[in-house]
Structure formats: C-alpha cells, structure tokens
Design a protein around this ligand. Structure first.
Ligand SMILES: CCC/C=C/C(=O)SCCNC(=O)CCNC(=O)[C@H](O)C(C)(C)COP(=O)([O-])OP(=O)([O-])OC[C@H]1O[C@@H](n2cnc3c(N)ncnc32)[C@H](O)[C@@H]1OP(=O)([O-])[O-]
Ligand SMILES: NC(=O)C1=CN([C@@H]2O[C@H](COP(=O)(O)OP(=O)(O)OC[C@H]3O[C@@H](n4cnc5c(N)ncnc54)[C@H](OP(=O)(O)O)[C@@H]3O)[C@@H](O)[C@H]2O)C=CC1
Length: 292
C-alpha cells in the first residue's frame, strides 16, 4: 500500500485519522519501553503500533512487505520523534524470525512487549481446503506465532528480564464457519499461551491473547464484497469493531493494568460469541431458513 492509499483505505481509518483516534491512556504510559509488533504495515497491527508510539514506546515492526513497513515507520517517527526499526521477513521461517529478533535486540537492547499480530487466512468451506492452503494458515498463525514467542522468551531469560506477550487471535469459541483452518490455528495459540503462562511465570513472562471479532480493517479486502456485509451484522451491536478497540485492549494487557493477568483470552467482539451469524465464505443453503 502506498502512502496515498494508506490515507484513504477502503476499510478502516487512514493514517491521519488513526494518529488522532481518542485513547483512554496517558501519553507517557510506555515511555522508555520497547514494543515489537508483527504485521504492523497495515490494519490492526498498524493501529497497535500507532497507539504504543503515542504512549511513548520505541517501536520495532516486522512483516513481509518492506514498503508497507517503511511507510508505517515514517508515520511512527513523525508521531513520536523516536527511532523505529523495520524488518521485512516472514514469521513462517524460524531462521528469519531468529535473525529479526537478534537484530532488534542488538539495536534496541531488548524488547519489553511482543505483539504477535501477523497472520490471516482465506475464507473457504472446509471441504474445499487443499493441503497447501491448510498448511499456509497453520504455518503462519500457529507456527509463526510460536517461533516469535519462543525466540523472545529465550532472550528475556538470557537477559534476566521480564517479558510480556500479547497474541492477536480470533473469537473462536462458537466456531467460525468458512474459517476452520484459522480456528484450529488460533485455538493452538490460545492453548499454547495458557501452558506457557505456567511454564514461563518463573521468568516473569506474561502471555495473553485477544480474541478479535469482526474488526473493520484493511484485512476486509481479502473477502468477497457480498460476504463482507456479514462482518457488520454478526454480533448484537450490529456493527464491526474498529482497530482502536483492539489496540486499546492490547495496551490494557501489556501495561501495569494487566500485571495480574496471564494465560487469559480477552474477547473483543461486540457480543459475537453470544449471538450473530458470520459467513465469510457465504451462507450455505442448509442454514437458509424459509421465511414464508
Ligand atoms: C472473526 C474473524 C474475522 C477475521 C478477519 C480477518 O482475519 S481479516 C485479516 C485478513 N488478512 C489476511 O488474511 C492477510 C494474510 N493472509 C494471507 O497472507 C493468506 O491468506 C495466507 C494466510 C493463506 C497465506 O498465504 P501465502 O502467503 O502462502 O500466499 P498464497 O496466496 O500463496 O496462498 C497459499 C495457499 O493458500 C491457499 N489459498 C490462498 N488463498 C485462497 C483462497 N482465496 N481460496 C482458496 N485457497 C486459497 C491456496 O492453496 C494457496 O496456494 P496456491 O493454490 O495459490 O498455490
Ligand atoms: N480484522 C478482523 O476482523 C480480524 C483480524 N484478525 C487477525 O488480526 C491480525 C491482523 O489482521 P488485519 O489487520 O485485520 O489484516 P491485515 O491483512 O491488514 O493484517 C495482516 C498483517 O499480517 C502480516 N503478515 C501476514 N502474513 C505474514 C507472515 N507470514 N509474516 C509476517 N507478516 C505477515 C501482513 O503484512 P505483509 O502483508 O506485509 O506480510 C499484514 O500486515 C491477523 O492475524 C488477522 O487474522 C483476527 C480476527 C478478526
């Protein structure tokens, strides 16, 4: 996405609006802290990076596309006046994850908060998945998040400093039709985080997940137009959330407000887990109720 597009995205706020979104947090909350956000070149990850920058943090951001990252970094530098490191890489490759983490640790002396936001899926009915597609989603969301978590934790333990991880997952407790692969991968991340919250507590490492519902972002471009409408009616609030809903939830968990919270899932989904229909791959005939 070039900078003109990032001012006027089809879904979600442009960069200028993003930088000015209201926040409940005080502007020095993360002063002196370093935050690493994956997938920060767009959408939710960019909003998370913007909010941490506004709260005084130094940012490191990674993702696959260098131009998106650099564009975001430029805005972050303007916003905060601080250094921002960009590192193009894929979280699917453990060697690239390791090289990125080493570079960030070397340049910034360490990281206080890791936000595992990079990820995604395509919408399709499970019967239609092929092996490559299944593996792409599991490898990105589950394996990629794991490489990041283990790499950060090892460095924190080596340095003898505490750590904090927030994983962006999805609101999966009722299942998500058209996204079976993602539910499997996100359930894996949630279960992993619960276990690691126990294993790594002795090192002062907290891990939590956000269970995102439909959040209006750049990511909506990945879906067919006729199915996107379902994202705005899939919960009792009958609207999509905004990227700041997720960014503020991440800050809540990462800041001292979350200091007694670990292994938890904070669902930010407008009540989607209670009521609503979500059909990202279209509504199957079986579920169409005859209205006559
Ligand atoms: C409440 C929850 C709401 C959630 C909303 C959001 O998350 S919004 C955020 C949304 N944002 C995102 O999701 C962004 C990130 N998402 C992505 O990067 C991709 O969706 C990815 C996760 C599959 C990675 O893919 P990649 O880097 O490997 O790229 P690749 O393109 O090469 O795909 C590999 C294989 O996957 C398969 N396949 C792919 N597309 C389709 C399809 N439409 N149909 C069927 N199959 C599909 C296919 O097998 C393909 O191989 P092929 O047949 O082409 O040789
Ligand atoms: N929007 C929503 O309603 C929901 C979103 N989510 C999740 O929230 C996260 C952010 O999504 P959103 O902002 O909406 O959509 P985007 O598509 O804008 O964000 C996905 C980000 O992940 C990065 N990414 C994807 N694959 C990789 C990879 N292999 N290695 C490194 N970076 C990668 C992308 O960057 P690049 O293309 O440069 O690699 C991109 O910046 C995703 O994990 C998404 O699945 C979960 C539930 C709901």
């Amino acid at each position: 996405m070039n900078s003109a597009d990032s001012q006027h995205p089809k879904f979600g706020p442009g960069d200028e609006a993003l930088a000015a979104l209201p926040t409940v947090y005080r502007d020095d909350l993360f002063a002196g802290k370093v935050v690493l956000v994956s997938g920060a070149g767009s959408g939710i990850g960019k909003a998370i990076a913007f909010l941490f920058a506004r709260l005084g943090a130094t940012l490191a951001i990674c993702g696959r596309k260098a131009d998106k990252l650099e564009d975001c970094a430029e805005k972050l530098r303007a916003l905060s006046g601080r250094e921002v490191i960009t590192y193009p890489m894929t979280i699917r490759d453990p060697e690239q994850v390791d090289a990125m983490l080493s570079a960030v640790w070397e340049r910034l002396g360490g990281v206080d908060v890791l936000v595992n936001n990079a990820g995604g899926q395509f919408a399709a009915h499970a019967m239609d998945f092929n092996v490559k597609g299944w593996n792409a989603v599991i490898d990105t969301n589950l394996n990629g998040s794991w490489y990041m978590m283990q790499g950060a934790a090892r460095r924190w333990v080596e340095q003898g400093r505490p750590g904090n991880i927030v994983n962006i997952t999805a609101a999966i407790d009722r299942g998500l039709t058209g996204m079976a692969h993602t539910t499997a991968s996100r359930a894996g991340v949630i279960a992993l985080s619960r276990t690691l919250a126990i294993e790594w507590a002795e090192h002062g490492i907290r891990l939590n997940c956000i269970g995102a519902g439909a959040i209006e972002s750049n990511g909506f471009n990945n879906y067919r137009e006729e199915n996107v409408s379902t994202f705005y009616s899939c919960n009792p609030m009958k609207r999509a959330g905004d990227v700041q809903d997720i960014a503020e939830a991440v800050v809540y968990l990462a800041a001292p407000s979350g200091k007694f919270i670990t292994g938890e899932v904070l669902n930010v989904e407008g009540g989607m887990l209670l009521w609503g229909e979500f059909w990202p791959a279209g509504k199957p005939d079986y579920f169409k109720v005859d209205q006559e």
